[in-house]
Design a binder for this molecule. Structure first.
Ligand SMILES: [Ca+2]
Length: 372
């Protein structure tokens, strides 16, 4: 037997062996956990590598209308039973292999679309999506020449402008200040004026026959007036359009804007909304469509973009912006950053010219549009 001193040493030795065993177990545990983690990472990588996904077209890419686009996917497993390709839920191709297919963008209108590919393999389904935008070809740029300059009431917050056989009609906005006007073009003199209700903000306007059709901005309704007496005849409500911005008439129906990239079509008699079209140019949606004028089959629209002074020419059948007129430089007198926007287009059919002005502008310009 060892002395008590030695016994103590033996106990310390036993304790140390126990510690080492514990440490060994702990190390084993850590190693085991590391092994599980790394295995998990490998599995994770494998899952990611094996995800069904679109290769072409690229995400959020713009497709020129008419373009035939290759639709190609990366398949986790090349052994498929079938692949069903759809656009916004409508099937356009079915395959029993993984080769690429073609999406014909001519079969679709302008705007955002969602392509999908649903894969059936070994009794399982998988699906992948891709968002793209179908856009029209680049709009043409038009130049303008100034034919005449006329005075304009600087107090007029112009919202609607229409030339009716020698008479210029105008609507103005601002709460408590909104008016309907008949104006003498050559002198700028207001010949006739009527106030709108104090809780209404006047907006776009057009004249058809002996009636004047006027929008309010946010009261969700428009009014029909007798164009000679300015007497209120009736009112109509908006439906899907959010607000009242611009209004014109194509000879068959009204066309209305609400500040978005949509043009709404209104029944000529009831003024109920019968449909709409979204407006796009080569870069995507064109919003802030403001005062409108229908001219020879196209809709001319002011854009509400500060001092950008741009008018776009829209094909109302497709929604494509076909032309663009840059009016920057036409009016630069003491321009304020807000409430001084170009707004107001009236077509003089007899001369083929346009009358254009803006909010609080001191002038109305008669311009001829020329192709550049
Ligand atoms: Ca107009």
């Amino acid at each position: 037997m060892l002395a008590s001193e030695d016994g103590k040493e033996l106990w310390v030795l036993k304790w140390s062996i126990l510690e080492i065993k514990h440490m060994y177990r702990r190390l084993n545990l850590v190693a085991g956990m590391l092994a599980i983690l790394s295995a998990g990472m490998v599995i994770g990588c494998k899952t990611q590598q094996g995800k069904l996904e679109f290769v072409s077209p690229g995400n959020e890419s713009r497709i020129l209308k008419g373009e035939k686009v290759e639709v190609r996917l990366k398949f986790p497993n090349p052994l498929v039973d079938s692949v069903v390709y759809s656009v916004d839920g409508d099937v356009f191709e079915r395959k029993t292999d993984t080769t690429a297919v073609v999406f014909d963008s001519d079969t679709h209108g302008y705007g955002n679309i969602r392509l999908s590919a649903k894969v059936y393999a070994q009794g399982k389904e998988d699906i992948a999506y891709r968002e793209v935008t179908v856009v029209p070809p680049a709009a043409r740029t038009y130049a303008f020449e100034v034919i005449g300059t006329f005075p304009h009431d600087q107090g007029a917050f112009t919202q609607g402008l229409y030339w009716d056989q020698g008479n210029l009609f105008e609507t103005t906005g601002q709460m408590g200040e909104s008016t309907l006007r008949k104006v003498d073009l050559s002198t700028g003199k207001v010949l006739q004026k009527a106030d709108m209700a104090s809780d209404e903000f006047g907006e776009g306007m057009t004249v058809v026959g002996d009636k004047m059709y006027v929008l309010t901005w946010q009261n969700n309704k428009g009014h029909v007036y007798d164009k000679n007496s300015f007497r209120l005849l009736k009112s109509f409500e908006y439906q899907n359009s959010k607000e009242g911005w611009g209004l014109t008439h194509d000879g068959k129906r009204f066309i209305k804007s609400d500040g978005s990239n949509k043009l709404y079509f209104l029944d000529p008699a009831t003024l109920a909304e019968t449909g709409s079209i979204s407006v796009f140019d080569e870069n995507g949606p064109v919003d802030s469509l403001n005062e409108l004028e229908y001219i020879e089959g196209k809709v001319y629209a002011n854009l509400y973009y500060g001092d950008r002074d741009e008018v776009v020419i829209i094909d109302p059948l497709s929604g494509a912006v076909e032309g663009r007129i840059n009016f920057v430089g036409l009016y630069s007198e003491n321009r304020a950053p807000y409430d001084n926007e170009m707004n107001g287009i009236a077509y003089k059919a007899d001369s083929g010219t346009l009358l254009v002005t803006g909010k609080h502008w001191t002038k109305i310009f008669e311009v001829r549009i020329n192709e550049r």
